[in-house]
Structures are given as C-alpha cells and as structure tokens.
Design a protein around this ligand. Structure first.
Ligand SMILES: *Cc1c(COP(=O)(O)O)cnc(C)c1O
Length: 489
C-alpha cells in the first residue's frame, strides 16, 4: 500500500491522459481547453481524496477519463431545458407561463435569424416606431386609442407611474396593495417609480367618499389594481370602475387600471370563469390599462399598456421606455398571437393556453387510461398507480379560486414512510431526460395530465426512471417544497 504522498505521485500527468483514445474523442466533441480544464479538476479531486484517505487506491487512467467524460456530459446539458408540466397549473410562472402558438414560434424564429423592419417604415424609408407593429391589433382588440409594449407587466406598471405621476400622489385602495410573488409589491413599485402612494379605505371596504376625500393638489392619478392572486370575501365594499373613472375625471385626473392577466376575449364563451378584459376596462372609463402578455393572453412575456393617446405619448417619451422596451423576437411573436385573436374559431385550436384551459375532463381521463399501464409497469412493486380526479388551476394569479376539473395519475408508494417515498418518486421523475414535474398530495406523487401534449415522448422515457437508490437520492437532493406551491403570481 502506498502512503498518500506516493499515491498522489502515482496519478498520471495531464499530458499522458490527453493521449488516451477516449480522451481524444472527448477533445473532438468538446474542444481541447474544456477537456484539459476538466481533467485538471478530476485530478485535483483525486489528489484531495488520496490526501484524506491513506487506504485509497489511485484510479486507473481509464477511470479518470470516464470521470472526465461524465463531467463534460453534465456540462453540455443545457441548464434551461424543456420539462413536462404535469403540475396542474397551466400558466406556471416557474415553468415559463404561456407556450407560444406555432405561428408565433415561426414569427419569432424569422425575427431572430433575419433582418426585420423593427423601427423602419417600409413606406417612406424613414425611422419607424417598434410598437406600431402591434398597435393596430391592440386598438382593435381593446378599443383603446393607442398602445405601448414593454418587457413585462411589472415594467408596464412602473413606467406608467413614473411617466404620469412623478413626485406626486397616486390613490390606491388598501384592499389592492398586492404582492405578485417575488419582489413585485405595489407600494415598492410606487416608491421606485418616484410616486407617493396614498392609501385609502380599509383592507375589506373602500368607498367612493374615501377617494373623493383623498384627492388634493398633489394628486396625479387614481389607480386600481386587480386582485389577481387572492380574493377578499365577506363584509366587503369596493367602488365600481365606472364610478372611479367618473370621480377621477371630475377632478381632471387619469384613472389607471392594472388588470394583471387581462384576457382579450370573454372566457365565458369557452365555459371558463369570467376574467375582466381590457376592452371592458376601457369601456368603463380607464384612461390607461396594463396587462401581461404571457398570462391568459397566451403570448410572449411582455407588458401591454393601452389607453388615451396623449397619455400613451407621454409614456413613450419617458427615457425609461428605452430601458424597458420589448425585443424584436417577442414583438414578432406578440403580433402573431394578436392576429390569432382576430379569428376566434382558430384561436381555441391554435393558442396552446386556451386549448389547455378548455381541455375537457373526459379527454384528459381517456389519456389517463392510456398512460396508466405504462406508469404502473414503471413502478413495479414500489408504488401503486391509479387514475384520480384532479383540479387544475389557471395559474399566474388568474382567477385564483376557480379550479378546472381534470384527471391524472396518483403514484402511491407502498413503502411505510409514504411521504419520503413520494418525495423520492418526484426526484426520480425530475431526473428523467425531459424532467417531469408533478406535485405531492397526501403521500402520493400526482401527475395532472391536463398539459400533457407529447404523450409518446412522455411514455418513451419512462424506462429511464432510476429508482434503485431512492434513499440516497432523498439524502442528496433537498427537494424545494415551495417551488411548486409558489405559482400564484
Ligand atoms: C401578474 C401581475 C403583474 C405583473 O405582471 P408580470 O407580467 O408578471 O410582470 C402586475 N399586476 C398584476 C395585477 C398582476 O396580476
């Protein structure tokens, strides 16, 4: 047996390893600098092991090259990659919210790989305005005079406040001082936008006289924030939007309405609960309406600002617009999505968000019957697989209390400690080539099938499920239980 210093000396040189056939193959694939760096890291690791353990035996060259291959393989996996969203939340913020329709993906690819008339007027060859590509569609769909598009709805809210109410007061009801997950809190955005928040009323009740009494010389606007991710029930009162608009206009103030999700069409036509539309908000007298592009609208991440032309001009001239503007790729996708809205018959077929939200439970149930045998086989004697009723959520804070009847598969471990065994199942599914994300309920791992589009792809990778060392998997991975609950934003 070698002493540890001798063992370390017994490790090969980088140069010797670089001449191995297996390593030359790796150089062909990954390039010499990365392979050399990885070999050095592998050797450093071995040196540390040998220094710490006099019993350790220096590995053979082949074993070192294999370690190098495994590390490079890991490194070459994209960090951001497709997953199966079987959480039951259709617009899952942590899983990227809305999926682009085909037409939008094609438009985005074209804008990515070719020059485009982003800010170029093809008529007179002069400089153009990037928002003009979508403005006509937004006018048509919302009834507003003009529109601006920015990075997301948080940016939209920031920009309207910073443009229309700098150093002045904006009146908001205490029932609407929302936090939309992460760091988006109305009071904080208000402060960063340079406005003074004037809170009025109480958490559950705010009256017209509260608004009237709060208006003073320093008031710049009245704002309404849609209670998108919560609901206040019981002894409540709020002021109708048309009344708020009337109060604001009596005092020559703009009325701003942050809708959050803001679906462009009435969802009731599709058997879904009603969500306020920008068209209704404009018709009710809002001077500016803001909403997200990647929530119910089903498009790319962006924030839409629609409303009165004079106010929109002010917003457009704010230097911060440049910092918050949308890029050509998402703008191309947005234009394609808005075009789809022109034809409601095509919309439900081609807009994935709407298609998934309206998927009938019977259809999902039939899919559950089809995939059940393969899941049961993959579980063997470790867990029982059964079809269960699920209730999907829209997500992204839209209609938080409305559930969509759905179906899924419950995998219930036969182990005694069911909850840690269910954790282990969720870890094994996340380790698949295309990770599968479900949720845990009462000791079972649940896959809600509402959003399972690629059934064949899902089934094809089940034989890869690795559940041998569940105990070690649990020990190594610390499952973040909050990650799947934190979608309501
Ligand atoms: C979601 C939401 C926002 C933030 O929109 P993002 O597109 O996520 O930036 C702002 N206000 C309301 C009311 C929302 O629901």
């Amino acid at each position: 047996m070698l002493n540890s210093a001798a063992a370390r000396r017994a490790l090969p040189s980088i140069d010797r390893l670089l001449k191995l056939d297996t390593v030359i193959t790796l150089i062909d694939r990954h390039g010499r600098p990365l392979v050399t760096e990885t070999l050095r890291a592998v050797l450093d690791g071995q040196r540390a092991i040998l220094a710490g353990d006099p019993q350790a035996i220096p590995p053979a060259d082949d074993a070192l090259s294999e370690q190098c291959r495994a590390r490079l393989h890991e490194l070459s996996q994209p960090s951001l990659r497709p997953v199966f969203n079987l959480t039951g939340t259709v617009l899952h913020t942590n899983l990227g919210r809305a999926l682009y329709p085909e037409v939008a993906a094609r438009a985005a690819t074209a804008a990515m790989t070719r020059a485009v008339n982003l800010e170029f007027d093809l008529g007179d060859g002069a400089r153009g305005e990037r928002d003009s590509h979508v403005e006509v569609w937004l006018q048509r769909l919302t009834g507003a005079e003009a529109a601006v598009v920015v990075n997301n709805n948080a940016a939209a809210v920031y920009l309207i406040l910073n443009s229309l109410a700098p150093k002045k007061e904006v009146i908001v009801s205490r029932g609407e001082l929302v936090e939309i997950g992460g760091a988006f809190r109305i009071p904080d955005i208000m402060a960063r936008a340079g406005c003074k928040l004037k809170e009025i009323g109480t958490t559950n009740r705010t009256h017209a006289r509260d608004y009237e009494q709060a208006i003073g010389a320093r008031t710049a606007a009245i704002m309404k924030v849609h209670a998108s991710n919560y609901k206040i029930e019981g002894f409540t009162a709020s002021v109708a939007e048309s009344d708020l608009a009337a109060i604001a206009h009596r005092h020559a103030l703009p009325f701003l309405n942050d809708l959050g999700s803001g679906m462009l069409i009435d969802l009731q036509a599709y058997g879904l609960p009603h969500e306020p539309t920008p068209r209704e908000a404009i018709a009710d007298g809002a001077d500016i309406v803001t909403f997200s592009g990647d929530k119910l609208l089903g498009g790319p991440q962006c924030g839409l600002i629609v409303g009165r032309r004079d106010l929109i001009e002010k917003i457009r001239k704010n230097p911060m617009k440049r910092a918050l503007r949308i890029d050509k790729v998402r703008l191309a996708a947005l234009e394609a999505v808005l075009r789809l809205y022109a034809d409601p018959a095509r919309l439900v077929r081609e807009l994935p968000t709407l298609r998934l939200l309206t998927r009938p439970q019977t259809d999902i149930n039939a899919q559950a019957q089809r995939v059940l045998p393969a899941l049961a086989a993959a579980m063997g004697d470790r867990a029982d697989a059964a079809i269960v009723e699920c209730s999907s959520q829209i997500g992204s804070g839209a209609l938080p209390v409305d559930a969509l009847p759905s179906a899924g598969i419950a995998l219930t471990p036969r182990a005694k400690r069911k909850s840690s065994a269910a954790d282990a199942l969720s870890i094994a599914f996340r380790a698949l080539p295309v990770p599968v994300i479900g949720h845990i309920r009462e000791g079972a791992f649940i896959l809600d099938l509402r959003c399972l589009d690629d059934e064949a792809g899902f089934l094809a990778q089940l034989p890869n499920l690795k559940m041998q060392n569940l105990a070690t998997q649990i020990a190594e991975a610390t499952p973040k239980k909050t990650a799947q609950k934190d979608f309501n934003k």
